[in-house]
Write a protein that binds this ligand. Structure first.
Ligand SMILES: *Cc1c(COP(=O)(O)O)cnc(C)c1O
Length: 367
């Protein structure tokens, strides 16, 4: 048996006629740039997210850059974030000219530890940028309180956490801006690159909308130094179809996670934990295992396409040497990077596939 890490083809088969109708609609109208599906998707996504405004853009990395720019964060400013994330979070901070300042994670949920954030606040700190990693929201109640007390903005990286909750507080309800990615493998994925922000602030929404389209609101009147980061109409049409299925897919992921919890319980692995009153949306089902690299090799040989998110933390990436961090700077992050392993997880995964993953993992853990 071969178990893929994600199975985009299985999902496509389940919605093929709807997707083809949606794409054909765009082809018939030829409204490829900022066409009618773009505005319609933004409206539907805002409603789904419980946010007053949603503005789409070309990808999740751009969503972060546009969010930071719309909040006037730039040279001289510091942004506190996690070193345990996909690199885009930190690239965005650097790309706007600000300085990323890292705080270590909480070992229980792999997200920023609020107690460690406070120690990193200086007079230059402008914002906190929590990442809701793997599908689990960061502790947004506490992070929101810290931000309020120190008059900092919160910008949420929700690229992996569409529809997750922390103690009843939905992702996107705390931040001045919340950034989403619709990369194909994300919980809702386009058939190419795509991204979006949501915000309660109409002025921020307006600025992102201008920035993504050459800094203009009125054609040929360029008020801001913008860029080209528009969402393709074809991708918007695809995302409109997929948004209708997102809740079902999320529930299917959660059901698959519950099954994994049950069948992996007796193995020598650390399972993901869902905090009380919270909703983990399992973008990634990550476990910790001893001798991770050897286990991964054995799984691959058995046909189980596991992955590692992430083998090297951002503070130890060569491009961030200049920030001056060393091995040992963030012990919890570094230890996690050496032990973490992402098992196949997608809404369509079957019981038989999961049983095969569990059995293969059991064999791989034997010395
Ligand atoms: C995927 C991802 C991004 C970037 O999204 P792209 O659409 O690939 O640019 C940003 N942050 C996190 C945590 C991600 O997982």
């Amino acid at each position: 048996m071969k178990i893929p890490f994600v199975d985009l083809a299985a999902q496509y088969r389940s919605i093929r006629p709807q997707i083809q109708t949606a794409v054909n609609g765009v082809l018939d109208r030829c409204d490829f740039i900022l066409g009618e599906d773009v505005a319609a998707f933004e409206k539907e996504f805002a409603k789904w997210a419980g946010a007053p405004n949603a503005v789409s853009c070309a990808n999740g990395t751009d969503a972060l850059v546009l969010a930071l720019r719309a909040c006037n964060i730039g040279p001289g400013d510091e942004v506190i974030t996690t070193p345990y994330t996909w690199i885009s979070t930190v690239l965005a901070i650097t790309l706007v000219g600000a300085k990323p300042v890292f705080a270590d994670i909480n070992a229980a949920n792999y997200n920023l530890d609020p107690d460690l954030i406070v120690k990193k606040i200086t007079r230059r700190t402008k914002a906190i940028l929590p990442v809701h990693l793997y599908g689990q929201s960061a502790a947004m109640d506490v992070i929101g309180d810290i931000a309020k007390k120190h008059k900092l903005l919160v910008i949420e990286d929700a690229a992996q956490s569409h529809g997750s909750y922390w103690r009843g507080l939905r992702v996107g309800q705390t931040g001045a801006v919340t950034c989403y990615s619709f990369y194909p493998g994300k919980n809702i994925g386009a058939y190419g690159d795509a991204g979006c922000i949501t915000t309660p602030d109409a002025q921020i929404a307006r600025r992102v909308k201008m920035l993504r389209n050459m800094g203009q609101e009125i054609k040929h009147k360029h008020e801001l130094i913008g860029t080209n980061s528009r969402l393709d109409t074809i991708q918007a049409a695809i995302l409109r179809v997929k948004l209708k299925h997102l809740e079902d897919w999320t529930e299917a992921r959660r059901k698959a996670a519950t099954r994994y919890h049950r069948i992996l319980e007796d193995l020598n692995v650390v399972l993901p934990k869902e905090a009380d009153g919270s909703r983990h949306v399992y973008h990634v089902y990550a476990v910790q295992v001893p001798r991770r690299d050897a286990v991964l090799k054995k799984l691959t040989a058995a046909g189980v396409m596991a992955q590692v998110h992430y083998p090297v933390p951002v503070h130890l990436q060569p491009c961030y040497k200049n920030l001056g961090y060393k091995k040992g700077s963030f012990p919890i992050t570094e230890r996690t990077c050496s032990r973490i392993l992402s098992l196949p997880m997608f809404p369509e995964i079957t019981e038989a596939q999961q049983a095969f993953v569990a059995e293969s993992l059991k064999q791989a853990l034997k010395k």
